[in-house]
Write a protein that binds this ligand. Structure first.
Ligand code: HEM
Ligand SMILES: *[C@@H]1O[C@H](CO)[C@@H](O)[C@H](O)[C@H]1NC(C)=O
Ligand SMILES: *[C@@H]1O[C@H](CO)[C@@H](O)[C@H](O)[C@H]1NC(C)=O
Ligand SMILES: *[C@@H]1O[C@H](CO)[C@@H](O)[C@H](O)[C@H]1NC(C)=O
Ligand SMILES: CC(=O)N[C@H]1CO[C@H](CO)[C@@H](O)[C@@H]1O
Length: 531
């Protein structure tokens, strides 16, 4: 009898243990059990949130959960979503590190700023380039100025001018993401080794289709890394091989640009007449790596990554910058031009403001060598600034969650104790729809950002600014935010000084639900009318 019941007892104990570990502990005893569940199953199973993410319904689901349950909700046994600015501040400025989720952003198998997990290795990497992306560097860089002149007056305006001759309209999403690509690549590699997507439509469609083809697959490596690895061992590839091929081609394309820039720098230092060819960011990284090797050498926290493999590390950073830089800015330009096309009065107001610049951007169309307006003056235009801020609020190009790990042993968020290792995220989509801070949040209203007109108290304006999260916040905040603001303002100014735009076809303009996302249709047809 005894020999019969031993296995039974063992089996029963295992069952009890499992019930304790997977049901009783997470739903009753864990400190997280006090946090409201987004769904009844959240405390015992991640299946629902994984499914929602797979179906791309996360933004609306989490937004609804926050409206119902408040600033902190539990979305899985080990995962929270937050939507109050105090918790956001704590997470994003207070030592919550990134995790595995970001590893898919390694390129060539080496980490970059964006994919670094820990601040220890992240900070020295970011320091190498953050100065080149500071507002004052961008506003005063003669290389960036020259690059802007060539891209706007030499490439973009002729394309718009040709489009204005027809009433059919053109796909501006395509044109804007090409413009954004040319801008960021010129700053990374110099004009000669940057991209020329604006003029080479065929190649850009090929490149962008490679880039786009990879998009649905990160899900498996990010959300189910262990399963993905496990199945791969048995020859089952959740991420198909052609995604790797697309990655290889994008990596080879970038590496060629890096190698040619290194060669160029060795041969001929850019002189004054050649300033647009200066690879500003690449130079900064080379200098930063050299300095770190000289000063710290083997003692550096980067000794076995960045310093051991400087050329690949630079290339990894370049891929990340050009990916992070072109897609987000392209999406922002698309929504900005869409909102303007729906509001002729606003276009007229903006145009009048743009004509106050001196020099203004009218001669640009005729003269590829004209100079750009003063950067500081451009930056200070209130209506231009307000339409851009409102676009970034309502159509944030990264509306999705930015996951971080709670530090060990534990911390507190919104009054709850959170054990170390729990995944916590905030999403701009929800932060930007707080009706107390942004009344009628679904409405595009740029006067929210015009303090002379909105009648806000100083406290209200401060709250509005505090909840704005399009570029994230803290140590991992977007390094390219000033670059993006500057380039978008230049493009909008060049176009709306000289043209009016009208919608031809905006079917599918609604933004998808995901991490970095643009219009569901992937296009926007606008017609241009020359002034
Ligand atoms: C409108 C345009 C842009 C938007 C809305 C945007 C938004 C963001 C956001 C939300 C993050 C944080 C993401 C996270 O932690 O999950 C981020 C990080 C980053 N962005 Fe941007 N970005 C824009 C343009 C650019 C440009 C032009 C660059 C060019 C260099 C860039 C480079 C980066 C990098 C390197 C990071 C990682 C920073 C770090 O980990 O320290 N972004 N961006
Ligand atoms: C750029 O625009 C094209 C055409 O509209 C679109 O197919 C592509 O997905 C866009 N690329 C990005 C990265 O947004
Ligand atoms: C980089 O620039 C040099 C000099 O203009 C040119 O010969 C080379 O083909 C360029 N490389 C790439 C990849 O564009
Ligand atoms: C500056 O660079 C350009 C282009 O590489 C070259 O033609 C010119 O001779 C250079 N000028 C001087 C002063 O070195
Ligand atoms: C980026 C974004 O806002 N995507 C979607 C989020 O969910 C709503 C529905 O609640 C969609 O309308 C958005 O397009």
């Amino acid at each position: 009898m005894l020999s019969l019941s031993l296995p039974a007892i063992a089996g029963f104990s295992v069952l009890l243990l499992a019930i304790y570990k997977f049901i009783i502990y997470p739903s009753i005893l864990s400190p997280l059990s006090r946090v409201p569940n987004a769904h009844w199953s959240a405390s015992v199973s991640p299946v629902r949130i994984l499914w929602i993410r797979f179906r791309c319904r996360e933004n609306r689901t989490l937004h609804a959960a926050h409206l119902k349950h408040g600033g902190v909700v539990r979305v899985g046994p080990n995962e929270l979503s937050v939507n109050d600015i105090a918790s956001v501040r704590k997470i994003y400025t207070g030592g919550f590190e990134k995790g595995q989720w970001y590893s898919i952003f390694d390129n060539y198998g080496v980490p970059c700023i964006f994919s670094s997990h820990h601040s220890r290795t992240h900070s020295p990497r970011k320091r190498m380039i953050s100065n080149t992306y500071s507002k004052s560097s961008i506003q005063t860089s003669r290389a960036a100025e020259r690059q802007g002149e060539v891209i706007l007056y030499g490439r973009l305006i002729p394309i718009i001018d040709a489009a204005a001759k027809s009433s059919e309209g053109i796909d501006v999403h395509d044109v804007w993401n090409a413009t954004a690509m040319d801008f960021i690549c010129a700053y990374l590699f110099g004009l000669k080794n940057g991209s020329n997507f604006l003029e080479d439509a065929e190649y850009r469609r090929h490149w962008l289709s490679l880039y786009h083809s990879r998009k649905t697959y990160p899900y498996f490596s990010q959300e189910l890394p262990r399963l993905t690895k496990f199945l791969k061992r048995f020859g089952i590839h959740l991420v198909p091989a052609w995604v790797d091929d697309a990655n290889d081609e994008l990596e080879a394309w970038t590496k060629a640009r890096c190698d040619d820039s290194f060669a160029y720098l060795k041969k001929e230092a850019a002189n004054d007449s050649d300033i647009g060819n200066l690879p500003v960011v690449l130079c900064a990284l080379m200098a930063g790596i050299e300095k770190e090797s000289k000063v710290k050498g083997d003692q550096s926290v980067l000794s076995c990554t960045t310093l051991a493999n400087p050329e690949l590390s630079i290339a990894s950073e370049m891929i990340d910058n050009l990916a992070a830089g072109h897609e987000t800015s392209g999406i922002t330009l698309t929504y900005l031009s869409w909102e303007l096309s729906r509001n002729l009065a606003l276009q007229k107001r903006l145009c009048a403001e743009l004509l106050t610049l001196s020099p203004d951007m009218t001669p640009g169309c005729a003269e590829p060598s004209s100079s750009l307006p003063n950067s500081k003056e451009l930056d200070a235009l209130p209506i231009l600034h307000a339409v851009l801020m409102e676009t970034l609020r309502l159509h944030a190009a990264i509306p999705g969650g930015q996951p971080r790990m709670a530090p060990y042993p534990s911390c507190s968020l919104g009054g709850y104790t959170i054990p170390g290792g729990v995944r916590v995220s905030a999403q701009a989509h929800s932060l930007h729809r707080n009706a107390e801070v942004y009344p009628e949040p679904e409405k595009f209203d740029c006067t929210r950002w015009l303090d002379d007109e909105n009648g806000y108290t100083p406290e209200q304006s401060k709250e509005r600014d505090r909840w704005f999260w399009a570029f994230s916040s803290g140590g991992r905040m977007c390094v390219g935010s000033n670059f993006a603001m500057h380039e978008i303002k230049l493009v909008i100014a060049a176009v709306y000084t000289n043209y009016r735009t009208y919608i031809v076809d905006d079917n599918g303009i609604e933004q998808e639900d995901g991490y970095t996302v643009g219009p569901a249709s992937n296009k926007l047809m606008l017609r241009f009318e020359k002034l």
